[in-house]
Each structure stands twice: as C-alpha cells, then as structure tokens.
Design a protein around this ligand. Structure first.
Ligand code: FES
Ligand SMILES: [Fe+2]
Length: 493
C-alpha cells in the first residue's frame, strides 16, 4: 500500500492521489474507519408507517431489518439468526408481526425478541440449557432519527445524530420539512455502477462546475427554463456541519415569487412559510438562493431541481430525490434512489413531481446517465499504476497562497450557517475528503462481542420500554451487551 500518511497529507492540501478512487487497501480502511462509525442512512419513517412494516437495508455487508414494532418503536435488528446465523428476513420490504428463520425455524417478534425455538426442551433441556427469555436479534449499535430520516451507526458510542448533522440540519429541512407532515418516499430504485462510492458523494456535495459540460444535452433539449448551464456559477455552495451542497441563484422577487418561480403552488409556499425558520426563508426570499444538490458525509445525497414537465410550456415543477452511494467494493457502488415529496402536497403536484424526478434521476434519469458515464470511466482509470503517480488538483477556488478567488459570502449576503461561496470552487469536495482523512487516521475501538443463550439480556425496565425514543435504543444496546466478565454494561445510562 502506498504510504497512508502521505495520502492523507496530500488530501489535506487539496491534492488528490488519483488512486484513492480505486484502491483496495484504502477501501478496507474505509470499511473499518468510515463505515465503522459514521451515521449511515437506512430509510425513512414514511417507508414503515404501520406496526410490523419493515424494510431491509445494509451498511456495507451488514444487513438490518428496519422495522416498526407493535408499540410503534422504530428498530434496526441485525438480520442474522441467533442460532446458526442464517439471514432471518429474506424479503426486501413488507409487514410482519414475526420473523421466522428459514433454516431451523427460530422465530422473533418484530421488536427482536425470540419467541419460538423448535424443540426447546428436547434440544437444550429447556431454559436450563438455553435461556430463551430476553434473547433478541442484535440491535444496531446506535440508531437515530431526524425529520423521519433513520440512521444507524456501528459505533455504540456514536455522537448523537443531531450533533453529527450539526448545522447541516438547517439545509436538510428544505428537503424534508416543507410542511409539518414531512415527506413521503417512493422507491428506492436500486442498481449497481462500477464506480467508487466517494465520487457520487463529492459530485452532489459541490460540483457545479460539471453541469455545463456533462449535462449539455439536457440543457440543449430544453428540459430547463434557464438556457445557460453556466448560470450555475451565480449560485453558491455552502458547507455546514457534516454536509454541504449547491444552490441556484434565483431571479429577483420576494419569497412567494421565488418559490413560485421554481414551481411550488401557493398552498405549498404558505405551508413552507409556517414550517421553515425565518433564516431558512431569508436564504430564498432575501438572499435569492434555492438549494439544489447536497451530500451528508459519508454517503447520502439529495437533489432538488425544477425541470419543465410538459412540452411547449415554460411551466416548471420541482422534485426532490434522496440517494445513497452504498459501497460494494473499491470499484463498485450500489445506488439507491428515492423520490421524496411533501406529504401534504396536492396529489396532482405529487404526480408531476414524480414525473420530473423520473426524467432527471433514477434508472431512467438523463442526469444519472450523464454522471455515471464519467464516474465509471474515472474509477477504471484510477486502478492502474499511472494513477499512483498523479496528484489531481482539487484546489479550485483558491490561489496558490490559499487566498480565495471569490471571498466567502458575508452573513448579510447569505443567512444560512456554515461557509458559502459563489463562483466555481471545490470547497465542498475538499471538506468531504478532509473529513474522510480525519476518519481514516483514527482507528476504531474493538467491538464488544455478544453471547447468545446464557445471560439474561433484557431487564424488566427494557421489557416495558415505552414509545420511540432513539436514545432508548442506545440504552437498550448497552443493556444487551453481556460483557465477557458477565457483568452488564451501562444499564440505564
Ligand atoms: S439458523 Fe436460524 S434457526 Fe437455525
Ligand atoms: Fe451531474
């Protein structure tokens, strides 16, 4: 492996060793140090609205049943049978009060507790040999929810999700809180591309520079009202907390006019005015910026755009997509792409917004096709020996001495948190890779192993646990960890 510390030092000065987009050893480090602790998106509450609803999602190879139990609590169970390790749930989504393992028939309630163990007495001598009571599928080490977005972390001591998102929450609300009812999702469409996962995350975080070139044809066929993709430099990129994104500059007008300009009907505009904060509204109404693509470190992205949805008209309509770059290996990524829409939007808006999404993103999307062609080609080229001799310049927006080509927007010019710049720049790509470098430098603590069948794992307080509090899951995980000494760790903390 190339010297890791020199790779990270180069990244920190904005020079990117080209091989990091296709490097097996770096990928093994990412597995441990990025995906071993980051908060990773696994689904949205609207995908599991009713008790028993579930979706099966992964964090790398770890499969989780993300479900709402009979008490309405959202849980993420490691999808591995406590007996001999078979995958308990083989469907991708559905509704079930119980999950029965296909191998020998152990069954679990949707809160994870074991309920059926065939021939318990004959096989184990009953409770004396295997304590069935209190055993449950392993919960994800940490689980958190923000605006209905469900995340898990492999780190039992992960910082609270809200802290992790930090000031990026300000921007997250534009996509997920256009009314008090939040969003509903359709999908995901899933497909694999032979590209490294970091490229999509970087592209959505801040690459306004590629639009005029990569997506020329989308502009030429007249899908957008603005004739020139170069207009993108008038927008700004921002970085805040653990994420960042891009915006478009809107024509002059007040808040209502600007929201209607991108195609929101007045009733949705009125709801946004009730739901978003004054500063969130100021970014649009006073500063004139409309959020577009964004990424949360490490591998979740968003997009918001407003193409024309019918021929021979200038009428545009906005759509939102949530996407995830799920790594398969250093040179392959599973893309998950959801359509998201405000739950209170009129039905006609939802239908047209879905159409707008399908034209641009998802497996039929024109942007998607354009983007992926680049990413696959880049990944392929990054595998060879020559890529190990090349440091890509990722310093766009900076002079050689570090001065910014265009100074950052002042708080009067941009009312959002974090740092924002107009003009072309690779500020956000650098932020994302610096964050990546920070993680790669830090080993993760060894995981605690959990024994099955001996310790009484669940206290009576846990049996009676109330409705959803993400922190409950953290406490519960702590209780369930039977330390090698037999003592229980952190109960009730
Ligand atoms: S592996 Fe699941 S019941 Fe045996
Ligand atoms: Fe693109």
């Amino acid at each position: 492996m190339s010297d890791q510390s020199s790779v990270l030092a180069d990244v920190r000065r904005g020079m990117i060793p080209a091989h990091l987009y296709n490097d097996r050893e770096l990928f093994e480090l990412e597995r441990e140090r990025v995906f071993g602790r980051a908060w990773v998106f696994v689904g949205h509450e609207s995908e599991i609205p009713n008790s028993g609803d579930y979706v099966v999602r992964r964090v790398l190879e770890d499969s989780f049943i993300v479900t709402r139990d009979e008490q309405g609590v959202v849980r993420a169970h490691f999808n591995m049978c406590l007996h001999r390790g078979m995958q308990v749930c083989r469907a991708e989504m559905g509704n079930a009060s119980h999950f029965r393992c296909p191998y020998h028939g152990w069954s679990y309630r949707n809160d994870g507790r074991i309920v059926g163990l065939p021939f318990h007495k004959d096989a184990y001598g009953g409770e004396a040999g295997f304590k069935r009571k209190g055993q449950r599928l392993l919960p994800a080490p940490s689980l958190g929810i923000y605006n209905g977005l469900i995340f898990v972390s492999m780190d039992p001591d992960a910082p609270p999700l809200e802290d992790y998102l930090g000031d990026f929450r300000f921007y997250l609300d534009y996509y997920t809180k256009q009314s008090s009812s939040g969003i509903e999702l359709r999908g995901p469409q899933r497909w694999r591309v032979k590209a490294n996962w970091k490229i999509g995350a970087e592209n959505f975080a801040g690459d306004m520079y590629h639009t005029p070139q990569t997506h020329t044809s989308v502009v030429e066929i007249g899908l957008f009202r603005e004739p020139k993709a170069e207009k993108r430099k008038d927008g700004c990129t921002y970085w805040a907390g653990n994420g960042g994104g891009t915006t478009y500059k809107l024509p002059s007008g007040d808040l209502d006019e600007r929201l209607r300009y991108v195609g929101y009907p007045q009733e949705m505009v009125d709801r946004m005015k009730e739901t978003l904060s004054q500063d969130q509204l100021r970014v649009i109404g006073e500063d004139g910026f409309m959020i577009s693509a964004a990424s949360i470190y490490p591998n979740m992205s968003f997009v918001h755009n407003w193409p024309k949805v019918a021929d021979n008209t200038d009428q545009v309509l906005p759509f939102i997509s949530i996407r995830q770059w799920q790594p398969i290996s250093e040179d392959e990524t599973e893309v998950l792409s959801w359509f998201a829409v405000d739950a209170e939007a009129p039905e006609e808006f939802k239908a047209l917004s879905y159409k707008a999404y399908l034209m641009c993103f998802g497996s039929t999307g024109m942007f998607e096709q354009d983007d992926v062609e680049n990413w696959v080609s880049l990944t392929n080229t990054a595998a060879g020996s020559m890529a190990r001799r090349l440091l890509l310049n990722s310093r766009m927006g900076l002079l050689e001495d570090g001065t910014e080509v265009v100074p950052a927007l002042t708080p009067d010019e941009f009312h959002g948190p974090g740092v924002a710049h107009t003009g072309y720049g690779e500020y956000n790509q650098r932020e994302l890779l610096n964050r990546w470098a920070d993680d790669l430098e830090q080993p993760v603590k060894a995981a605690v192993t959990m024994e099955v069948g001996y310790a009484e794992q669940v206290s009576s307080a846990q049996e009676n646990s109330g409705p959803l509090r993400p922190v409950d899951d953290v406490a519960e995980r702590a209780v369930e960890v039977a330390a090698p000494t037999g003592e229980q760790t952190g109960a009730g903390e």
